[in-house]
Design a protein around this ligand. Sequence first.
Ligand SMILES: [Cu+2]
Length: 486
Amino acid sequence: MTMDRRALLKLAGLAPLVAAVPRLASAEGQGQATDAKADYTVRIGTGLVELSPAHIISTTLYNDQFPGPLLRFKEGQQAVVDVHNDTDTPELVHWHGQLVPSDVDGASEEGTPFVPPHGMRRVVFVPRPAGFRFYHTHVFAGADLNRSTYTGQAGPVYIEPNNNAGAYDREVFLILKEFGPSWSRGGDMAMDILSGAPNPALQQMGKEADEKTKGTPKGFEVGYELFSINGRMRGHGEPIRVKYGERVLFHVLNASATEIRSLALPGHVFRVVALDGNPVPTPSNVPVLWLGTAERVAAIVEMKRPGVWTMGDLADDDRRHGMGIVVEYAGRKGAAQWAKPQPFRWDYARFSSIGATDAAPDETIEITIVKQNAAAHGFNVWTLNGEAFSADAMKPTYTLQRGRRYRLKFRNASDDIHPLHLHRHTFELTRVGGKATAGVMKDVVMLGGFQELELDFVADNPGLTLFHCHQQLHMDFGFMALFKYA
Ligand SMILES: [Cu+2]
C-alpha cells in the first residue's frame, strides 16, 4: 500500500458511509467521494493470451493479462480499487470470499452497481478475512460463451494476515483455467471423486424428474479445447524450479467457469493446510487435490523426489491439452514424467476438527436441488425447492435475523456435483459425505451427486446476500437464491 496521510484521512471520512449503509453508497457516492490514489487499478478489456505459440486466443482480460494481476492486501487495512471497463457491455468485479458490503461485492442481485461500458467505478473496502481469495466477473452469460467466467476475467487476491505462520520456503500461485469453450449435448460426467454414498431417496427423485422429459435430448453442457495453468499450456510456461528438500506452499485456484479439476504431482504428497484461504483444523496429506469451480487449496509439498515432473490433472485428455505445469529439480533435465496416482476420493472430513462438538443452529433451512432436463431452449433448468431463481423478479427467498446461526441442509437430486457458493459470509461445514464435521471454514463446497451436505453460517454481515452454484451454466439457469436481512 502506498498512500499518504492526507489520502488516508479522506478515506477515513468515507469509510462509515460504505460500511454502515451499503445499499445507499452508490457508484457515484463511492467513486467521487475520495480523490485518494487507488491501491490498484483493474482495467477490463479485450486482449490476447498466448497459451502456447500455436494457441493464441482473444478474450476479455484484467489488465491485458491472464491471470489478472495478483492483488495483495493487508487484512483490515482499507483499500481503494479503481475498476475501468473498456468493453461495450456492463461488467461486475466480484471479490470472492471477502466479507464486504453488498454494493462492493460485485453481484447485481445484491444491488452492486455495474461498471458501465467505457466507464469506471471505484470501490473502497476493508479486505478480510486473511488468506487466498480471488476476483472475477459476475455477469450473466447464458448462451454466450464470450461472457462472464468463460472469459479470462479472473485473478488472485492474497490478503496478508497480521501474524504469519510459515513453515515453508516459498509460495507458488497456480491458477487452473480452460479456454476455447463450445456447446455439446451433455454426456454424463464420470464423477466418482467425492467420498460418501448416494442417497436412494434422492436418486428416486432425480429419476422421476428425468421421466418428465423422457425422449428429449440431454441439456447443453460446455466442453473446452484448451487447458492452462497460469495462462500457459503444459510445457509452454516457465517450469517451477525447485531444490531438493525445499518446502513449497502451493496456492491453487480453480478459475474454471464450469469444471471440477484435479491436481497431482507424481512421487509427492500434498499437505493441505488451508481450504478457500482458511487454515484447516487438521492439516492432512493427500496424493491428489480436487477443486470444485472457484475453490482454493493451499498445500505444502516437500520436494524429495528429484527429477522433472508434470504436475497435472488426472484427466488424460485435459492434461494432454494443457492442464499441467512442469516441476523441475535443480540440476535435472529431460522430458517431464507423469504417473497416475492411486484412486483417491476427496473427503473434506479429513481436514475437520477431531471430537469437536457442533454449535447448534438457531434455524435450519432445507434446500432440495432438482434438474429439469433441457427445459429452457435445450438448457437444463435448476430448481431449489421447486423454484428456479428469476433474474426478472429478483426476489429474496430467505430472511435472516442478524446474529443468528443458520444451517443450510442441501439435498442434491441430480447426479452432478455442485460447487455451492455463499457470498459475503464464511461458512462452516457441519456434515458432508455422511460425516459430521467441524472447523472447516469455506466459501465454496462441492455437493456430491445424490448426496446431502450441511453448512452453518452466522448472519453477521447485513445486506443482500447471494447464494448460488458456481458452475456458470447452473447459476445462469436457476441455481441461485437471495438472502435478505430483516
Ligand atoms: Cu451446480
